[in-house]
Design a binder for this molecule. Structure first.
Ligand code: HEM
Length: 283
């Protein structure tokens, strides 16, 4: 397959993958599968997919470096745009929930902190999606990079929104925050560590510990619980997997995938070398 064909297929598969959750949700809604509270299910599903696609778009740069696979740069932008569209759909469903009363929506957004920060994150994500085109990149020149750096605080704020709305069941937002920590820490690692096993092992440990710290800080600061009590469920096998254990597992899976990819590339190089040697006529 030529490089152009590879990019074409990758773009197509990505586009289909990005549309599937929306189509599936619309289909289930249409068929009455979301009863008795279709709007609540749709609010949660669109919010979840917005955050999943945001994390995925942030994962593209490390993935390209770790898997040594350039075509991934061609899908990063559209995953980010899809995340913004899912976040917009999330707001639309909320507006629907408020019977299209925009005054109530605006008042609620101003009154409830978790909605205020959700709205702030959404505004940034939509602005980034609009300016993600080549035309805007040329127009904004060096300021484009500065503007698009805002994706990191926007995701952080969206995760806080996720935490607050989860109330005391913070397993999913804590896991998301741990993955976000992995992605951010990877970016600040020195270039030579970003691809090394030592760097990846360091990231696995740091992201796991960061998840425990997020959980403890949340329970301590928001719920007034003794942060040390966060650790006790980690010792109970029946409560596994806890968010930090999931982050550790995800980090180890990344390492395993990188190992497989490197093995594949090494085998490919060896095969190509042997093939070239076999085609050279003996003197
Ligand atoms: C004006 C903007 C926003 C509004 C009005 C809004 C509103 C809501 C509401 C009402 C909920 C459910 C709360 C509950 O059931 O108690 C929710 C949950 C959620 N929102 Fe938002 N949100 C906004 C922006 C965002 C953005 C920008 C993101 C992510 C990029 C996001 C991600 C989520 C997630 C992940 C959940 C939890 C879903 C789950 O628990 O399964 N929201 N939001």
């Amino acid at each position: 397959m030529t490089a152009k064909q590879k990019i074409f297929w990758l773009r197509l598969v990505t586009l289909v993958g990005l549309c599937v959750p929306a189509v599936e949700l619309a289909w289930r809604w249409w068929n009455g599968d979301l009863e008795p509270r279709p709007v609540t299910v749709a609010t949660h599903a669109t919010g979840d997919w917005a955050i999943i696609f945001l994390m995925l778009s942030l994962a593209m740069t490390p993935a390209r470096t770790l898997f040594d696979w350039m075509p991934l740069v061609h899908v990063r932008r559209r995953i980010g745009v899809a995340a913004a569209l899912y976040a917009l759909a999330h707001l639309l469903v909320y507006v629907l929930d408020q019977k299209w009363n925009l005054l109530v929506v605006a008042t609620e957004i101003l009154r409830r902190f978790y909605l205020t920060i959700g709205f702030a994150s959404l505004v940034v994500l939509v602005a980034l999606a609009i300016t993600s085109t080549d035309g805007w990149q040329k127009r904004l020149k060096r300021n484009w990079k500065r503007l698009h750096w805002l994706v990191y605080p926007a995701v952080a704020v969206a995760i806080v929104h996720f935490f607050i709305q989860s109330k005391v069941r913070i397993g999913e937002p804590a896991f998301t925050a741990g993955l976000f920590a992995w992605l951010m820490l990877w970016r600040v690692l020195p270039a030579r560590l970003q691809k090394s096993w030592g760097g990846l092992a360091l990231l696995a440990v740091a992201a796991t510990l960061a998840t425990v710290v997020f959980e403890a800080a949340w329970y301590g600061l928001v719920n007034g619980l003794d942060p040390r009590r966060v650790l006790s469920p980690y010792l109970d096998i029946d409560l596994a997997p806890r968010p930090a254990q999931k982050v550790l597992l995800a980090s180890l899976l990344v390492m395993a995938a990188v190992a497989l990819r490197r093995l594949f590339l090494a085998a490919n190089r060896l095969w190509t070398k042997r093939y070239i040697q076999s085609t050279i006529p003996a003197p």
